[in-house]
Write a new protein. Sequence first.
Length: 157
Amino acid sequence: MEYTDTRFDSGLVGMLVLKPQGSSWQVESANPTMTAGSFGFGLSKWRLQKFGPNAWGFLNKHSNVIQGYYNDYLVILIPDGGGIKESWIGMDHNNEDVGKCEEDMSECDNTKTTFAIDSRKTVNGFYPLEITLNGFVKGKKYHNATYRINYQKTKAI
């Protein structure tokens, strides 16, 4: 029997960083098996991003809709020693399609966020990330609420 229903399967992605070694290349950091994506497909269209004066990584957006709940996440992959640090930052969320915003707004979530990197400042070797939130979270309204996220080496971002 062939398995063809992948709607509950994450995608698979990998990242490796190479460095010159004489006339060849050597793997400096790698993780070939990270989950990102949905319906069995890994994310595509990764963007190379500068996260600090000497820190580069990859950035992408992961989206998922299941039973009326919609979620977006920023996925950030950064080389760290021999491995890759993986950070997921929640962005947009909406539960209107499950009836959470019809009568009791205290359960309503409908957010839109923007993301920026503040290259004017460095914290722990990385630029702070800035998230601006608009919408409702559990019925509470947010209008251009800005949050800064500083890099924490033990937790990635």
